[in-house]
Design a protein around this ligand. Sequence first.
Ligand SMILES: [Zn+2]
Length: 242
Amino acid sequence: MESKLKIKKLPIFIGNKKVAYFYFDSNDKKIEKLGESFIKEYEKLYSFFSINPKKLIHLHFLYSLEEMSSYWGGVPPKSLSGMVDNDNQFILYVYSPSVIEKFSSEKKSSIIPVIIHETAHTFVSSINLRCFYWINEGICQLLESSKVRDNIIKKENWQWFLKNKALSNPKLEWLDQIKHEGYKIAYNLTKYILKKYKKEAIIDLIKIRRESSENIEEKMKKIFKSDLKAFLSDFEKNIKII
Ligand SMILES: [Zn+2]
């Protein structure tokens, strides 16, 4: 079935500037309309980051679980509705609205937030290809602006975060963090930082490379104007640990 799809390649312009290509089944009538919402949201991302992504964005709409699995490298979790290509940060995959409810737990109405989340990653990558996962996923969740996550975090997961020094540990894999409410902690942490320290702090945090050779703790201390322990205990007052 899949092989019969006739893929259309649609350029997306903002003014005279081409910013993206959409790739989709030429029979999928819903996609061209999405281009208009995409432009609006893209401009919001531009005004937040004050830069454009370094390269053109290639956004592929997918129609099968097999296809997503091939990019993910196995069957993806049900919560996954979009992803950035593992080798190229400017290639994005999202389910078409026609199948998103079938293959993921997302509603059709979240298609724009899903696209914006993945697109926000291209802006982050243009500032730093190797930033900390928590700031990357935190800011992309905040900017997608649909799902408002709660601030309830399980005690064991918060303790895991502290024990593993997840704030500043460059060796911690994101897949391990996901298992310990990584997305929710990242969301709440970034929201707290944005409110208390403003956008500049977010950008400065994105600039920190996830490498042992970096003076990570020193850089973070400077941004938070406090040592990391005190920073985390202040943040802790903003979440509910159960
Ligand atoms: Zn993400």
